[in-house]
Design a protein around this ligand. Structure first.
Ligand code: SAM
Ligand code: DTB
Ligand code: SF4
Length: 331
């Protein structure tokens, strides 16, 4: 006799914006209670996944994303540094693994992936990260079907490509590529059989209806993205959004909780902006159903809490990280 597998929590792909906005506006404790109920049913044996980030190609990007310090359109354009080579990237992946990371995410400040030596290097990095036993994620802008297929062959676990905000607010944030192009990139990644990491940012001057609008597009993708990063804007000097006030931490908690209710089985990743959050607000995000964080003291170009601080955070919350099989030091 085979044991019956546990029933999956039903998932919907027909959410209306009004329904989502009503969730975002629930009394906070009611929202948290509902998110916890969904989370506990969908993700028994809750553990937090630690994902480390590395910027392989930094700065000088031709896109004009208003939040991004790597855009060449802004005075913040971070000091362009030479693109990292395969071996140093794999050394960083090994170090992240030693520190306890389970996923290694590599970023390129590109509008789209170009063929040639940098793409071959990207494929070698993906193969190397997978050989270590880590999940490998790449974020590098738009791609072709063929590039997506080659990344899949190299063993890529996930491709990160965010929708960032609602279709309506989007034009106020980015003019150099369309929402539709982003959706097409997501489709290509799906077709190639690579899992999707797709989320957005709050704190970019959007209204509640825009937050609901972003979640509406994400939750109505079928299947849902396997990973949903929820970022709070890191307002970097020199970007057009530099003067925006920080988001109220409880707004981030609401966003995480609503994402959890809408996408019960997705990994909801508490992403940029954690340095501005207190310990208690981060614990509320975990309670709301976040089951992953970026781990390591830098995101791509901006800061993130130190590894020790995150270990203390998880200990204070009484939450365990995923177990990682670590290769011997020096391997
Ligand atoms: N160039 C690629 C792209 O745009 O897809 C990959 C790198 S890009 C930096 C990855 C994501 O980081 C963006 O889509 C955005 O959601 C997030 N991001 C960038 N700057 C941010 C900021 N200042 N605050 C919060 N999130 C940010
Ligand atoms: C995501 O949604 N957030 C991460 C990851 N995916 C690539 C990036 C955050 C970047 C924050 C600004 C910076 O460090 O440059
Ligand atoms: Fe370029 Fe990505 Fe930054 Fe936009 S978010 S400017 S595409 S690196």
């Amino acid at each position: 006799m085979f044991a019956t597998p546990p029933a999956r929590t039903p998932t919907r792909h027909d959410w209306s914006r009004a329904e989502i906005q009503a969730l975002l506006e629930l009394p906070l404790l009611e929202l948290l209670w509902r998110a916890q109920a969904v989370h506990r049913a969908a993700n028994p044996g809750y553990r937090v996944q630690l994902a480390s980030l590395l910027s392989v190609k930094t700065g000088g990007c031709e896109e004009d994303c208003a939040y991004c310090p790597q855009s060449m359109h802004h005075s913040s354009d971070v000091a362009g540094r030479p693109e990292l080579e395969v071996e140093p990237v794999l050394a960083r992946a090994r170090a992240a693994q030693q520190a306890g990371a389970h996923r290694f995410c590599m970023g390129w400040a590109w509008r789209e992936i170009r063929d040639g030596a940098p793409f071959e290097a990207m494929l070698a990095m993906v193969r190397g990260v997978r050989e270590l036993g880590l999940e490998a994620c790449v974020t590098a802008g738009m791609l072709s079907d063929q590039q997506a297929e080659r990344l899949a062959e190299a063993g890529l676990t996930a491709y990160n490509h965010n929708l960032d905000t609602s279709p309506e607010h989007y034009a106020r944030i980015i003019s150099t590529r369309t929402y539709q192009e982003r959706l097409e990139t997501l489709e290509r990644v799906r077709r190639a059989g690579v899992t999707l990491c797709c989320g957005g940012i709050i704190g970019m001057g959007e209204g509640l209806e825009d937050r609901a609008g972003l979640l509406e597009v994400l939750a109505n993708l079928d299947p849902h993205p396997e990973s949903v990063p929820i970022n709070a804007l890191v307002a970097v000097e020199g970007t057009p959004l530099e003067d925006l006030p920080p988001v109220d931490p409880l707004e981030l908690v609401r966003m995480v909780a609503t994402a959890r209710i809408l996408m019960p089985h997705a990994r909801v990743r508490l992403s940029a902006g954690r340095e501005q959050l207190g310990r208690e607000a981060q614990i509320l995000c975990l309670l709301a159903g976040a089951d992953s964080i970026f781990y390591g003291d830098t995101l791509l170009t901006t800061g993130n809490p130190a590894v020790e601080a995150d270990r203390e955070l998880l200990a204070a919350a009484g939450v365990q990280a995923w177990e990682v099989s670590r290769p011997p030091v020096g391997a």
